[in-house]
Design a protein around this ligand. Sequence first.
Ligand code: GDP
Ligand code: IMO
Ligand code: MG
Length: 429
Amino acid sequence: MEQYKSLVIVGSQWGDEGKGKITDYFAQKASMVVRFSGGDNAGHIIVSEGVKHKVTIVPSGILNPKVVNVIANGAVVNLPRLVSELEILKKAGIDTKNLFLSNRAHVVLPYHIAIDELQEESRGVNKIGTTKRGIGPTYQDKVDRLGIRVCDLFDKNFKTKLKEIVEFKNKLITKVYDGKPLDFETIYKELMDNFEIIKGQVVETSTLIETAIKSKQYVLFEGAQGALLDIDHGTYPFVTSSNTSANNASLGSGINHNLITTSLGVVKAYCTRVGTGGFPTELNNKIGEGIRERGHEYGSNTGRPRRVGWLDIVALKYAIRTTGLDKIFITLLDVLSGEPVVKICTNYLLNGEKIFTIPPLNGDYQKCEPEFIEMQGWKEDITKVKNFSDLPTNAQNYLNKIKELCGINIVGFSVGPDRLQTILMESEF
Ligand code: GDP
Ligand code: IMO
Ligand code: MG
Protein backbone atom coordinates (compact mmCIF):
# COMPACT_ATOMS: atom_id res chain seq x y z
CA MET A 1 0.00 0.00 0.00
CA GLU A 2 1.16 3.53 -0.70
CA GLN A 3 2.47 5.44 2.28
CA TYR A 4 0.19 8.34 3.08
CA LYS A 5 0.60 10.73 5.96
CA SER A 6 -2.54 11.30 7.95
CA LEU A 7 -3.37 11.32 11.62
CA VAL A 8 -6.67 11.21 13.50
CA ILE A 9 -6.68 13.00 16.84
CA VAL A 10 -9.54 12.16 19.19
CA GLY A 11 -10.45 12.48 22.84
CA SER A 12 -10.06 9.25 24.81
CA GLN A 13 -12.17 10.10 27.85
CA TRP A 14 -15.28 12.27 28.30
CA GLY A 15 -14.06 15.24 26.27
CA ASP A 16 -11.93 18.28 27.11
CA GLU A 17 -8.70 16.29 27.03
CA GLY A 18 -6.91 19.12 25.24
CA LYS A 19 -7.62 17.93 21.68
CA GLY A 20 -7.67 21.52 20.44
CA LYS A 21 -4.23 22.22 21.82
CA ILE A 22 -2.74 18.98 20.47
CA THR A 23 -4.35 19.40 17.05
CA ASP A 24 -3.00 22.94 16.84
CA TYR A 25 0.45 21.61 17.78
CA PHE A 26 0.50 18.91 15.08
CA ALA A 27 -1.09 21.35 12.61
CA GLN A 28 2.16 23.30 12.56
CA LYS A 29 3.50 20.61 10.23
CA ALA A 30 0.24 19.71 8.49
CA SER A 31 -1.43 20.95 5.32
CA MET A 32 -5.02 20.29 6.31
CA VAL A 33 -7.14 19.82 9.43
CA VAL A 34 -10.53 18.13 9.04
CA ARG A 35 -13.24 18.31 11.66
CA PHE A 36 -15.36 15.20 11.10
CA SER A 37 -17.99 15.03 13.84
CA GLY A 38 -20.02 16.97 16.39
CA GLY A 39 -20.89 20.63 16.32
CA ASP A 40 -20.51 23.67 18.52
CA ASN A 41 -21.11 21.51 21.58
CA ALA A 42 -17.32 21.22 21.48
CA GLY A 43 -15.17 23.95 22.99
CA HIS A 44 -11.42 24.05 22.58
CA ILE A 45 -8.98 26.49 24.12
CA ILE A 46 -5.80 26.98 22.15
CA VAL A 47 -3.00 29.16 23.49
CA SER A 48 -0.45 30.36 21.01
CA GLU A 49 2.24 32.96 21.71
CA GLY A 50 0.56 33.70 25.01
CA VAL A 51 -2.77 34.53 23.35
CA LYS A 52 -5.81 32.44 24.21
CA HIS A 53 -8.24 31.51 21.45
CA LYS A 54 -11.45 29.55 21.62
CA VAL A 55 -13.02 27.49 18.87
CA THR A 56 -16.14 25.36 18.87
CA ILE A 57 -16.88 24.43 15.27
CA VAL A 58 -13.91 25.96 13.47
CA PRO A 59 -11.16 23.31 13.15
CA SER A 60 -8.23 23.69 15.52
CA GLY A 61 -5.78 24.18 12.65
CA ILE A 62 -7.07 27.72 12.09
CA LEU A 63 -4.20 29.45 13.91
CA ASN A 64 -1.74 28.02 11.39
CA PRO A 65 -1.90 30.27 8.31
CA LYS A 66 -0.79 27.56 5.85
CA VAL A 67 -3.35 25.00 6.96
CA VAL A 68 -6.55 24.35 5.01
CA ASN A 69 -9.35 23.83 7.53
CA VAL A 70 -12.28 21.65 6.59
CA ILE A 71 -15.63 21.10 8.27
CA ALA A 72 -16.66 17.78 6.81
CA ASN A 73 -19.98 16.01 6.23
CA GLY A 74 -20.03 14.27 9.62
CA ALA A 75 -20.11 17.54 11.54
CA VAL A 76 -23.25 19.58 12.20
CA VAL A 77 -23.08 23.32 11.75
CA ASN A 78 -24.87 26.24 13.28
CA LEU A 79 -24.19 28.84 10.57
CA PRO A 80 -24.66 32.03 12.64
CA ARG A 81 -22.33 30.59 15.27
CA LEU A 82 -19.77 29.59 12.65
CA VAL A 83 -19.85 33.04 11.09
CA SER A 84 -19.51 34.82 14.44
CA GLU A 85 -16.65 32.53 15.47
CA LEU A 86 -14.84 33.37 12.25
CA GLU A 87 -15.46 37.08 12.89
CA ILE A 88 -13.87 36.83 16.33
CA LEU A 89 -10.85 35.01 14.90
CA LYS A 90 -10.53 37.62 12.13
CA LYS A 91 -10.58 40.40 14.70
CA ALA A 92 -7.72 38.62 16.45
CA GLY A 93 -5.76 38.88 13.19
CA ILE A 94 -6.25 35.29 12.05
CA ASP A 95 -6.72 34.52 8.39
CA THR A 96 -9.94 32.52 8.02
CA LYS A 97 -10.15 32.33 4.22
CA ASN A 98 -8.62 28.87 4.29
CA LEU A 99 -11.77 27.27 5.67
CA PHE A 100 -14.11 25.04 3.69
CA LEU A 101 -17.48 23.68 4.65
CA SER A 102 -18.99 20.46 3.32
CA ASN A 103 -22.11 20.77 1.20
CA ARG A 104 -23.31 17.59 2.94
CA ALA A 105 -22.91 18.77 6.54
CA HIS A 106 -26.19 19.04 8.42
CA VAL A 107 -27.33 22.42 9.68
CA VAL A 108 -28.28 23.17 13.29
CA LEU A 109 -31.39 25.35 13.37
CA PRO A 110 -33.12 27.30 16.16
CA TYR A 111 -35.80 24.62 16.51
CA HIS A 112 -33.08 22.07 17.29
CA ILE A 113 -31.84 24.26 20.11
CA ALA A 114 -35.37 24.84 21.41
CA ILE A 115 -36.09 21.10 21.33
CA ASP A 116 -32.75 20.27 23.00
CA GLU A 117 -33.73 22.57 25.89
CA LEU A 118 -37.28 21.21 26.09
CA GLN A 119 -36.14 17.60 25.95
CA GLU A 120 -33.66 18.22 28.75
CA GLU A 121 -36.37 19.87 30.88
CA SER A 122 -38.73 16.97 30.28
CA ARG A 123 -36.08 14.44 31.35
CA GLY A 124 -36.13 15.89 34.87
CA VAL A 125 -33.70 14.07 37.15
CA ASN A 126 -32.59 11.89 34.24
CA LYS A 127 -31.34 14.84 32.23
CA ILE A 128 -28.18 14.27 30.22
CA GLY A 129 -26.74 17.68 30.91
CA THR A 130 -26.37 18.52 27.22
CA THR A 131 -24.68 21.69 26.07
CA LYS A 132 -28.08 22.84 24.73
CA ARG A 133 -26.57 23.62 21.35
CA GLY A 134 -29.21 21.59 19.51
CA ILE A 135 -26.76 18.85 18.58
CA GLY A 136 -28.89 15.84 19.57
CA PRO A 137 -32.01 17.04 17.73
CA THR A 138 -29.92 17.86 14.62
CA TYR A 139 -28.52 14.32 14.48
CA GLN A 140 -32.03 12.99 15.21
CA ASP A 141 -33.28 14.81 12.12
CA LYS A 142 -30.33 13.51 10.09
CA VAL A 143 -31.24 9.93 10.91
CA ASP A 144 -34.93 10.72 10.49
CA ARG A 145 -34.14 12.07 6.98
CA LEU A 146 -35.66 15.37 7.94
CA GLY A 147 -32.38 17.23 8.18
CA ILE A 148 -31.33 20.35 6.33
CA ARG A 149 -27.91 20.05 4.72
CA VAL A 150 -25.74 22.92 3.60
CA CYS A 151 -26.43 22.01 -0.05
CA ASP A 152 -30.18 22.52 0.53
CA LEU A 153 -29.58 26.21 1.07
CA PHE A 154 -28.61 26.59 -2.60
CA ASP A 155 -31.90 25.08 -3.74
CA LYS A 156 -34.53 27.48 -5.07
CA ASN A 157 -37.29 25.54 -3.31
CA PHE A 158 -35.52 25.68 0.03
CA LYS A 159 -37.76 28.32 1.60
CA THR A 160 -40.87 26.18 1.11
CA LYS A 161 -39.11 23.10 2.43
CA LEU A 162 -37.90 24.89 5.56
CA LYS A 163 -41.33 26.44 6.15
CA GLU A 164 -42.95 23.00 6.20
CA ILE A 165 -40.35 21.69 8.63
CA VAL A 166 -40.69 24.71 10.94
CA GLU A 167 -44.48 24.23 10.97
CA PHE A 168 -44.00 20.60 11.90
CA LYS A 169 -41.42 21.42 14.59
CA ASN A 170 -43.71 24.10 16.01
CA LYS A 171 -46.40 21.48 16.48
CA LEU A 172 -43.90 19.33 18.36
CA ILE A 173 -42.71 22.27 20.46
CA THR A 174 -46.19 23.49 21.41
CA LYS A 175 -48.24 20.29 21.55
CA VAL A 176 -45.75 17.83 23.00
CA TYR A 177 -43.48 20.07 25.05
CA ASP A 178 -45.85 22.95 25.77
CA GLY A 179 -43.20 25.38 24.51
CA LYS A 180 -43.41 28.63 22.53
CA PRO A 181 -43.59 28.40 18.72
CA LEU A 182 -40.74 29.85 16.66
CA ASP A 183 -41.12 32.46 13.96
CA PHE A 184 -40.32 31.05 10.53
CA GLU A 185 -39.37 34.36 8.86
CA THR A 186 -36.86 35.17 11.64
CA ILE A 187 -35.27 31.72 11.31
CA TYR A 188 -35.11 31.95 7.54
CA LYS A 189 -33.64 35.45 7.47
CA GLU A 190 -30.93 34.75 10.04
CA LEU A 191 -29.99 31.53 8.28
CA MET A 192 -29.80 33.03 4.80
CA ASP A 193 -27.96 36.18 5.95
CA ASN A 194 -25.24 34.00 7.44
CA PHE A 195 -25.25 31.57 4.53
CA GLU A 196 -24.63 34.52 2.21
CA ILE A 197 -21.41 35.23 4.12
CA ILE A 198 -20.11 31.66 4.08
CA LYS A 199 -21.47 30.19 0.85
CA GLY A 200 -18.33 30.92 -1.16
CA GLN A 201 -16.53 28.47 1.12
CA VAL A 202 -18.95 25.58 0.62
CA VAL A 203 -17.43 22.73 -1.42
CA GLU A 204 -17.41 18.96 -1.93
CA THR A 205 -14.97 18.38 0.92
CA SER A 206 -14.45 14.64 0.46
CA THR A 207 -12.62 15.13 -2.83
CA LEU A 208 -10.59 17.98 -1.33
CA ILE A 209 -9.43 15.70 1.48
CA GLU A 210 -8.77 12.69 -0.74
CA THR A 211 -6.74 14.78 -3.16
CA ALA A 212 -4.67 16.22 -0.33
CA ILE A 213 -3.80 12.81 1.11
CA LYS A 214 -3.11 11.23 -2.25
CA SER A 215 -0.77 14.07 -3.14
CA LYS A 216 1.17 13.13 0.01
CA GLN A 217 0.15 16.11 2.08
CA TYR A 218 -0.02 15.66 5.83
CA VAL A 219 -3.70 15.69 6.81
CA LEU A 220 -5.07 15.72 10.36
CA PHE A 221 -8.55 14.58 11.32
CA GLU A 222 -9.85 16.24 14.42
CA GLY A 223 -12.49 14.54 16.53
CA ALA A 224 -14.74 16.31 19.00
CA GLN A 225 -15.95 15.20 22.44
CA GLY A 226 -14.40 11.92 23.60
CA ALA A 227 -14.56 8.16 23.11
CA LEU A 228 -16.73 7.66 26.19
CA LEU A 229 -19.31 10.08 24.77
CA ASP A 230 -19.61 8.10 21.53
CA ILE A 231 -23.23 7.31 20.62
CA ASP A 232 -22.44 3.60 20.03
CA HIS A 233 -19.65 2.82 22.44
CA GLY A 234 -19.87 5.54 25.08
CA THR A 235 -21.58 5.49 28.46
CA TYR A 236 -25.07 5.48 26.92
CA PRO A 237 -27.45 7.25 27.38
CA PHE A 238 -25.14 9.88 28.88
CA VAL A 239 -23.37 10.51 25.60
CA THR A 240 -23.46 12.90 22.70
CA SER A 241 -25.39 12.08 19.52
CA SER A 242 -22.56 11.33 17.12
CA ASN A 243 -19.72 8.87 16.69
CA THR A 244 -16.78 10.56 18.34
CA SER A 245 -14.57 7.59 17.58
CA ALA A 246 -11.39 7.68 15.49
CA ASN A 247 -13.07 5.00 13.40
CA ASN A 248 -15.58 7.61 12.28
CA ALA A 249 -12.94 9.84 10.66
CA SER A 250 -13.37 8.14 7.27
CA LEU A 251 -17.20 8.11 7.32
CA GLY A 252 -17.37 11.61 8.73
CA SER A 253 -15.21 12.94 5.93
CA GLY A 254 -16.18 10.65 3.06
CA ILE A 255 -12.86 9.00 2.32
CA ASN A 256 -11.50 5.47 2.14
CA HIS A 257 -10.42 4.34 5.61
CA ASN A 258 -7.15 3.11 4.11
CA LEU A 259 -6.17 6.74 3.61
CA ILE A 260 -5.98 7.20 7.35
CA THR A 261 -2.71 5.91 8.68
CA THR A 262 -2.55 6.53 12.43
CA SER A 263 -4.90 7.41 15.24
CA LEU A 264 -3.86 9.27 18.35
CA GLY A 265 -5.89 9.48 21.54
CA VAL A 266 -5.51 12.55 23.70
CA VAL A 267 -5.59 11.52 27.36
CA LYS A 268 -5.85 13.89 30.29
CA ALA A 269 -3.51 12.82 33.13
CA TYR A 270 -6.64 12.48 35.28
CA CYS A 271 -10.33 12.41 34.26
CA THR A 272 -13.04 15.02 33.90
CA ARG A 273 -16.65 14.85 32.86
CA VAL A 274 -19.30 17.52 32.31
CA GLY A 275 -22.93 16.57 32.35
CA THR A 276 -24.41 13.57 34.10
CA GLY A 277 -23.56 9.85 33.88
CA GLY A 278 -21.40 7.28 35.65
CA PHE A 279 -17.92 8.33 36.72
CA PRO A 280 -16.41 5.68 39.01
CA THR A 281 -13.17 7.52 39.85
CA GLU A 282 -14.89 10.84 40.62
CA LEU A 283 -13.35 12.80 43.48
CA ASN A 284 -16.01 14.63 45.45
CA ASN A 285 -13.49 16.01 47.91
CA LYS A 286 -10.69 18.51 48.44
CA ILE A 287 -8.36 16.63 46.08
CA GLY A 288 -10.93 16.94 43.29
CA GLU A 289 -11.47 20.61 44.07
CA GLY A 290 -7.72 21.24 44.02
CA ILE A 291 -7.35 19.60 40.62
CA ARG A 292 -10.37 21.54 39.31
CA GLU A 293 -8.85 24.84 40.37
CA ARG A 294 -5.30 24.11 39.19
CA GLY A 295 -6.55 22.71 35.88
CA HIS A 296 -9.17 25.49 35.41
CA GLU A 297 -11.66 22.70 34.91
CA TYR A 298 -14.67 24.75 33.91
CA GLY A 299 -16.39 24.07 30.58
CA SER A 300 -14.84 26.21 27.83
CA ASN A 301 -18.25 26.20 26.14
CA THR A 302 -20.84 26.36 28.91
CA GLY A 303 -18.72 27.46 31.89
CA ARG A 304 -19.98 24.54 33.99
CA PRO A 305 -17.59 23.17 36.63
CA ARG A 306 -16.21 19.88 35.35
CA ARG A 307 -16.42 16.82 37.55
CA VAL A 308 -12.92 15.58 38.35
CA GLY A 309 -11.54 12.11 39.11
CA TRP A 310 -8.41 9.97 39.03
CA LEU A 311 -7.16 8.48 35.80
CA ASP A 312 -9.30 5.47 34.86
CA ILE A 313 -7.40 2.79 32.96
CA VAL A 314 -10.49 0.57 32.62
CA ALA A 315 -12.25 3.37 30.74
CA LEU A 316 -9.10 4.24 28.82
CA LYS A 317 -8.45 0.68 27.65
CA TYR A 318 -12.11 0.41 26.65
CA ALA A 319 -11.66 3.62 24.64
CA ILE A 320 -8.44 2.39 23.02
CA ARG A 321 -10.21 -0.80 21.93
CA THR A 322 -13.51 0.64 20.73
CA THR A 323 -12.22 3.78 19.08
CA GLY A 324 -9.20 2.15 17.48
CA LEU A 325 -6.25 4.05 18.92
CA ASP A 326 -2.63 3.39 17.95
CA LYS A 327 -0.94 5.83 20.33
CA ILE A 328 -1.74 8.25 23.10
CA PHE A 329 -0.70 11.75 24.10
CA ILE A 330 -0.92 12.75 27.78
CA THR A 331 -2.07 16.26 28.63
CA LEU A 332 -2.36 18.40 31.77
CA LEU A 333 0.38 16.43 33.54
CA ASP A 334 1.43 19.66 35.31
CA VAL A 335 -1.93 19.83 37.08
CA LEU A 336 -1.05 16.79 39.20
CA SER A 337 2.10 18.47 40.58
CA GLY A 338 1.78 18.82 44.33
CA GLU A 339 -0.38 15.75 44.90
CA PRO A 340 1.47 13.60 47.45
CA VAL A 341 -0.13 10.47 46.00
CA VAL A 342 -1.56 9.90 42.53
CA LYS A 343 -3.98 7.07 41.92
CA ILE A 344 -4.78 5.03 38.83
CA CYS A 345 -7.92 2.92 38.60
CA THR A 346 -7.06 -0.54 37.27
CA ASN A 347 -10.40 -2.32 37.67
CA TYR A 348 -13.90 -1.88 39.02
CA LEU A 349 -15.84 -3.89 41.53
CA LEU A 350 -19.39 -4.60 40.40
CA ASN A 351 -21.55 -6.50 42.89
CA GLY A 352 -18.36 -7.68 44.59
CA GLU A 353 -16.77 -8.97 41.36
CA LYS A 354 -13.69 -7.53 39.70
CA ILE A 355 -14.41 -6.25 36.20
CA PHE A 356 -12.05 -4.77 33.64
CA THR A 357 -14.44 -3.16 31.19
CA ILE A 358 -17.34 -0.72 31.09
CA PRO A 359 -20.62 -2.58 31.58
CA PRO A 360 -23.30 -1.70 29.00
CA LEU A 361 -26.07 -0.84 31.48
CA ASN A 362 -25.86 2.62 32.97
CA GLY A 363 -27.35 1.31 36.22
CA ASP A 364 -24.43 -1.11 36.54
CA TYR A 365 -21.91 1.56 35.65
CA GLN A 366 -23.25 3.82 38.39
CA LYS A 367 -22.62 0.97 40.85
CA CYS A 368 -19.01 0.28 39.79
CA GLU A 369 -16.48 0.99 42.50
CA PRO A 370 -12.94 1.76 41.43
CA GLU A 371 -9.89 -0.15 42.68
CA PHE A 372 -6.67 1.81 42.49
CA ILE A 373 -2.96 1.46 42.47
CA GLU A 374 -1.27 4.30 44.30
CA MET A 375 1.91 5.98 43.18
CA GLN A 376 4.07 8.61 44.81
CA GLY A 377 3.38 12.07 43.45
CA TRP A 378 5.81 14.90 42.70
CA LYS A 379 6.02 18.41 44.10
CA GLU A 380 8.03 20.14 41.40
CA ASP A 381 6.61 22.66 38.97
CA ILE A 382 7.00 20.91 35.61
CA THR A 383 5.55 23.62 33.37
CA LYS A 384 8.98 24.47 31.90
CA VAL A 385 10.10 20.93 31.26
CA LYS A 386 11.37 20.32 27.72
CA ASN A 387 12.18 16.60 27.79
CA PHE A 388 10.95 13.42 29.41
CA SER A 389 14.27 13.14 31.26
CA ASP A 390 13.70 16.60 32.84
CA LEU A 391 10.60 15.30 34.61
CA PRO A 392 10.84 14.34 38.29
CA THR A 393 11.30 10.58 38.64
CA ASN A 394 7.81 10.10 40.05
CA ALA A 395 6.24 11.87 37.08
CA GLN A 396 8.31 9.66 34.76
CA ASN A 397 7.09 6.64 36.71
CA TYR A 398 3.50 7.82 36.33
CA LEU A 399 3.81 8.06 32.53
CA ASN A 400 5.63 4.73 32.33
CA LYS A 401 2.90 3.08 34.37
CA ILE A 402 0.18 4.45 32.06
CA LYS A 403 2.06 3.11 29.06
CA GLU A 404 2.51 -0.29 30.70
CA LEU A 405 -1.17 -0.54 31.67
CA CYS A 406 -2.51 0.63 28.31
CA GLY A 407 -0.11 -1.39 26.20
CA ILE A 408 0.37 1.35 23.61
CA ASN A 409 2.97 4.07 23.22
CA ILE A 410 2.81 7.54 24.65
CA VAL A 411 4.04 9.84 21.88
CA GLY A 412 4.24 12.97 23.98
CA PHE A 413 2.97 14.91 26.93
CA SER A 414 1.88 18.41 27.71
CA VAL A 415 2.74 20.53 30.74
CA GLY A 416 0.71 23.70 30.22
CA PRO A 417 -1.86 25.26 27.90
CA ASP A 418 0.65 26.98 25.58
CA ARG A 419 1.72 25.44 22.29
CA LEU A 420 5.30 25.61 23.55
CA GLN A 421 4.48 23.52 26.61
CA THR A 422 4.23 20.39 24.47
CA ILE A 423 6.85 17.64 24.48
CA LEU A 424 7.11 15.14 21.69
CA MET A 425 8.77 11.82 22.51
CA GLU A 426 8.52 10.12 19.12
CA SER A 427 10.36 11.79 16.29
CA GLU A 428 8.24 10.27 13.51
CA PHE A 429 5.37 12.57 14.49
P1 GDP B 1 -10.61 20.03 24.18
O1 GDP B 1 -12.07 20.27 24.10
O2 GDP B 1 -10.26 18.58 24.23
O3 GDP B 1 -9.85 20.76 23.13
O4 GDP B 1 -10.14 20.61 25.59
P2 GDP B 1 -10.59 22.01 26.25
O5 GDP B 1 -9.91 23.12 25.53
O6 GDP B 1 -12.05 22.07 26.40
O7 GDP B 1 -10.01 21.82 27.71
C1 GDP B 1 -8.65 21.62 27.94
C2 GDP B 1 -8.16 22.79 28.82
O8 GDP B 1 -6.88 22.48 29.31
C3 GDP B 1 -8.01 24.09 28.05
O9 GDP B 1 -8.28 25.16 28.91
C4 GDP B 1 -6.53 24.08 27.64
O10 GDP B 1 -6.00 25.39 27.48
C5 GDP B 1 -5.92 23.42 28.84
N1 GDP B 1 -4.72 22.63 28.59
C6 GDP B 1 -4.43 21.83 27.54
N2 GDP B 1 -3.28 21.16 27.76
C7 GDP B 1 -2.85 21.56 28.98
C8 GDP B 1 -1.74 21.18 29.80
O11 GDP B 1 -0.93 20.36 29.46
N3 GDP B 1 -1.67 21.77 31.03
C9 GDP B 1 -2.58 22.68 31.47
N4 GDP B 1 -2.41 23.21 32.67
N5 GDP B 1 -3.63 23.06 30.73
C10 GDP B 1 -3.77 22.48 29.52
P1 IMO C 1 -15.11 18.85 23.52
O1 IMO C 1 -14.95 18.65 22.05
C1 IMO C 1 -17.09 17.60 27.17
C2 IMO C 1 -21.24 16.29 26.79
C3 IMO C 1 -22.28 17.16 27.46
C4 IMO C 1 -23.31 16.10 27.82
C5 IMO C 1 -23.25 15.16 26.63
C6 IMO C 1 -24.32 15.42 25.58
O2 IMO C 1 -14.84 20.22 24.00
O3 IMO C 1 -14.34 17.80 24.26
P2 IMO C 1 -24.61 17.29 23.73
O4 IMO C 1 -24.73 18.77 23.84
O5 IMO C 1 -23.47 16.84 22.88
O6 IMO C 1 -25.88 16.62 23.33
O7 IMO C 1 -24.33 16.80 25.23
O8 IMO C 1 -21.96 15.33 26.04
N1 IMO C 1 -20.36 17.01 25.84
C7 IMO C 1 -19.09 17.33 26.11
N2 IMO C 1 -18.38 17.18 27.25
N3 IMO C 1 -16.53 18.12 26.07
C8 IMO C 1 -17.23 18.25 24.93
O9 IMO C 1 -16.68 18.64 23.78
C9 IMO C 1 -18.59 17.89 24.93
N4 IMO C 1 -19.57 17.92 24.01
C10 IMO C 1 -20.64 17.36 24.58
O10 IMO C 1 -21.76 17.81 28.58
O11 IMO C 1 -22.86 15.39 28.95
MG1 MG D 1 -13.58 21.11 25.29
